[in-house]
Design a protein around this ligand. Structure first.
Ligand SMILES: Cc1cc2nc3c(=O)[nH]c(=O)nc-3n(C[C@H](O)[C@H](O)[C@H](O)COP(=O)(O)O)c2cc1C
Length: 193
């Protein structure tokens, strides 16, 4: 018997009514149904200063960034929903990645990212659903040794896409997002064998 794979789910938005938060929770439910132990976090609860090398040299990694990084290290899978800002990822998400990439003494490089299995997704009121930002998220995560699965989902017209209970109005889309989350759980389970 293997342990349930641990998956961390979060959105790159701190906004209270974030579509990406709603989206990633659907994928999280899919991963849970496929046997993963899923932790959902809200980056609003991890307020980090803008990464500054002088600040790190003077004060070390901030407590909120350390808490975020510890969660990254202790999970094997990632579900990340990334808002698209000016055709790329949000500063909140990039900043969290930058802080989490900083090594602690004696730690192997990129301990929060190396060999994690991730699925990425986006939701936007626009016609492309945040797809252009996902190109950058995929590239950055891959460069820091995350295995980003080929499947991804971009929800267009996000302001019209969700029911008030957090599900997607389009049942096929709902199914696809659940499957995306489930796939990360299934791949991790296979890797544990
Ligand atoms: C500074 C800024 C830039 C944005 N740029 C884009 C963009 O390039 N493409 C897009 O589809 N939406 C863009 N948007 C709209 C966001 O997709 C929208 O605010 C979305 O709701 C943010 O994600 P959230 O709901 O998870 O917070 C932008 C919004 C802001 C505030």
């Amino acid at each position: 018997m293997t342990d349930a794979p641990k998956v961390l789910a979060f959105a790159g938005s701190t906004r209270t009514n974030s579509y990406n938060k709603v989206l990633v929770k659907i994928a999280a439910a899919g991963a849970r149904a496929a046997g993963a132990e899923v932790t959902y976090l809200d980056l609003r609860d991890f307020p980090m200063p803008l990464y500054d090398e002088d600040l790190e040299a003077a004060e070390g990694i901030p407590e909120s960034a350390l808490r975020f990084k510890e969660l990254m290290v202790s999970h094997q899978g990632l579900l990340i929903a990334s808002p698209e800002y000016n055709s790329s990822m949000s500063a909140v998400l990039k900043n969290a990645i930058d802080w989490a990439s900083r090594p602690l003494p004696g730690e192997p490089p990129l301990a929060a990212f190396s060999d994690k299995v991730a699925a990425i997704m986006s939701a936007s009121p626009g016609a492309l659903g945040g797809l252009r930002g996902l190109v950058h998220v995929r590239s950055i995560l891959s460069n820091i040794r995350v295995l980003v699965i080929p499947d991804q989902i971009a929800i267009v017209k996000a302001h019209e896409a969700f029911n008030s209970d957090g599900s997607l109005k389009d049942s096929q889309q709902q199914n696809s997002v659940e499957k995306l989350g489930a796939k990360v759980a299934q791949i991790l389970t296979k890797l544990q064998r």
